[in-house]
Design a protein around this ligand. Structure first.
Ligand code: PHE
Length: 339
């Protein structure tokens, strides 16, 4: 009797201490499990005299029932508490402001490059990318600029060895492409170029977009028409272009191309230094020696080529006044090019 009262008290205390269903189950097993205290009592019945067993057995069974009821009641209570705790901890505050991730933007050079590719792809140009480390053959010699040519000085160059250099112009791509592909050719070649140059509008690394068209009967008029179309799409529908005589070893005749100033419409302002025109690229008819160097017969085929600085185009289009802004990666600058 005494033993059984003690067990009830103990079990009650343990059940009350349990705050989780797992803890409660473990407590229950300490009494009613296979090695539990109540089970041990039942087993001890064997040690009793035969006439004492029925009464003892009855009492232990009553004790077991009582404890089972008591644990069942606690189980319900603990489960309810558990649910409450879960609901509490998983509560979502729907009024809390969302966490936001800053949206990135394409770099203005990438953006301008993509825009240029879009315009020229629409005219049927294919993109061809040449290597950034070039041999002096592709960068100069094949472009009609032999070792002793004064034009090599105009492009103060980063040499890696006597033979290899960081390309100074994407024009090297003209040669690489014409060696691989026979006319008709309509190629666009974007990429990084390197020169020992550094001021507000020049940087030792910048980007160029090269264009090359070779076919039968191509004339300077085709170049002019294509440039007008380019200027209208890139700058404004009223943009015009003009050609000024110039010199490049790999084109003959060579021209500098100006676009009417989009800030003043050609009247003259501070952007165009009062002239109404802004120089945007170099171009010309492919020199016959260059065609010959690539195995293209200059008596059958003619072509034009042009090369523009992507930084320059972006500076004009977006009114950027220093080339270094492109490489400083100041987020306040870059953020302005979000769509
Ligand atoms: N490669 C020349 C430069 O870098 C530009 C150019 C390209 C001129 C193609 C004529 C034809 O200045």
């Amino acid at each position: 009797m005494e033993e059984s009262d003690k067990i009830v008290e103990e079990a009650l205390a343990e059940a009350e201490k349990a705050t989780t269903s797992r803890g409660l189950y473990e407590a229950k097993m300490r009494f009613l499990g296979r090695t539990g205290k109540v089970t041990a009592l039942l087993k001890s019945m064997r040690e009793l005299a035969a006439e004492q067993r029925p009464a003892f057995g009855k009492r232990v069974n009553e004790l077991r029932e009582k404890l089972e009821e008591m644990f069942a009641a606690h189980e319900e209570k603990v489960k309810r508490q558990e649910l409450e705790r879960k609901l509490q901890s998983e509560q979502v505050d729907v009024t809390e402001p969302g966490r936001h991730t800053a949206k990135g933007a394409l770099h203005p050079i990438t953006r301008t490059k993509n825009e240029l590719i879009d315009i020229f792809a629409g005219m049927g140009f294919e993109v061809f990318e040449g290597p950034e480390i070039e041999s002096e053959y592709y960068n100069f010699t094949a472009l009609n600029t032999p070792a002793d040519h004064p034009a090599r000085d105009m492009q103060d160059t980063f040499y890696i060895t006597d033979e290899f250099l960081l390309r100074t112009q994407t024009s090297a791509g003209q040669i690489r492409l014409m060696e691989q592909k026979k006319p008709p050719i309509k190629m666009l070649s974007p990429g990084r170029v390197f020169r020992s140059d550094d001021d507000a509008t020049h940087s030792p690394m910048f980007h160029q977009m090269e264009g090359l068209v070779v076919d039968k009967g191509i004339t300077l008029c085709d170049l002019k028409g294509m440039l007008d179309e380019f200027a209208r799409t890139m700058f404004s529908s009223s943009s015009r272009t003009r050609l000024r005589p110039s010199y490049f070893p790999f084109t003959e005749p060579s021209v500098e191309v100006d676009v009417s100033c989009s800030a003043c419409g050609g009247k003259g302002c501070s952007l165009c230094k009062g002239t109404g025109w802004i120089e945007v690229l170099g171009a010309g008819m492919v020199n016959r020696h260059v065609l010959e160097n690539c195995g293209v017969d200059p008596d059958v085929y003619t072509g034009f080529a042009f090369g523009m600085g992507i930084e320059r185009i972006a500076m004009l289009k977006y009114g950027i006044n220093h080339i270094r802004l492109f490489t400083e990666n100041d987020v306040r600058f870059l953020e302005q090019f979000k769509d």
